[in-house]
Unconditional design. Sequence first.
Length: 173
Amino acid sequence: MLHVYGNPKSNPRSGCPVSVSLERFGDRWSLLIIRDLMVRGLRTFKEFQESGEGIATNILADRLRNLVAAGIITAERQESDGRRVNYRLTEKGIDLAPVLLELLIWGARHEETGAPCAVIDNMEKNRETVIAETRRRWRERDSTPLLPSFDTRTEDFRSPSRMHARNNERRKA
């Protein structure tokens, strides 16, 4: 494991668990890095940079450093090329799987996204299975993506009218 400098133990603003958690991983970029490690199978700086989110290299380097310092991810030298670094979630990081799953479901339910309805519906109905599969892949170091890339240019995105119709169906059930 590489030594990374950082100060994850800064004084929290309050003792509230939500506040403390958000101080560790609550910004947009940190959550997207965690998502990419957890469900998209990305492992390297270059893969994160090319993920399509548009993160600047200085911000990516800072967030990776902070996540390592917080014990959420580890940085490991690649065996075949010691100059390259692979990032991996720690147990503390993989414990965020239920949080990320709920954010994904919430976002797809309430906002216009590129997430295919069938995929989200399946994940929503099978939360425990999805989380178990996420943990299995982590344990076995299986970097096969759990989710497809969500592209808002596809035809199967959640338009406001589709979201409204789906929410009405739920209320009737």
